[in-house]
Design a binder for this molecule. Sequence first.
Ligand code: ADP
Ligand code: ADP
Length: 228
Amino acid sequence: MIQMQGVYKTYRNGVTALNGLDVQIDQGEFVYVVGPSGAGKSTFTKLIYREEKPTNGTVFINDINTSTMKQRRIPMLRRQIGVVYQDFRLLPTLTVYENVAFALEVIEEDTANIRRRVMDVLDQVHLKNKARFLPDELSGGEQQRVSIARAMVNHPKILIADEPTGNLDPDTSWEIMHILEEINTGGTTVLMATHSREIVNTIRKRVIAIEDGMIVRDQAQGDYGYEM
Ligand code: ADP
Ligand code: ADP
């Protein structure tokens, strides 16, 4: 599903963010990506949705090499991948419903179908009753749930969450984790970059630790592993 072989990434300014990465992640896995700031975690996730290409080595997503794939196939790749950010990135002038519907790849679907798909995914994140709200009328946890709904509305095979609980209080963070677990149980591969020792050590999953652009640890049912 996700396969990287000998991956190096040097940005134009000369900074080497990834320094020889080999990894395989199978469909349906839940993976935490941990490591210090600047270690290369975001770069690693950007290679997956092809916001960046490797300088060297290969990245395969569902057997497609992201470096040699045709430009016109990139939207198709991105539709298989949902992304959730620490700072939510909702459009402030659109309602909850509109934020989610906006992300829907509409291929000649009638309005009733679109409405059903948006409301289904809002139901999944327990926000059906706030469809008409604007983002700033919601708590942080609710905004993050909207952003998860937006990421999931096209039923992607992979969900990437870049510090999804970074701006949330502990109770709200656990809520978000339960939603991510439910999504994973539904078969979606979840990749979550996080600095939360408590979450990683409580909800045990595979842990990939990145330092200086290299995988220094890859553990099934791993722990957070860094001192505070
Ligand atoms: P992390 O997510 O673990 O904090 P990043 O992947 O964001 O790490 O960054 C890894 C290194 O690459 C850092 O030194 C960072 O400054 C650098 N970097 C990240 N993005 C860019 C970019 N677009 N251009 C230049 N350097 C970058
Ligand atoms: P949290 O502590 O989880 O961040 P808040 O105290 O911000 O939650 O919000 C609690 C409830 O009040 C939430 O259900 C949220 O939707 C609602 N709420 C918060 N701010 C507003 C607002 N400006 N307008 C309408 N509802 C709001």
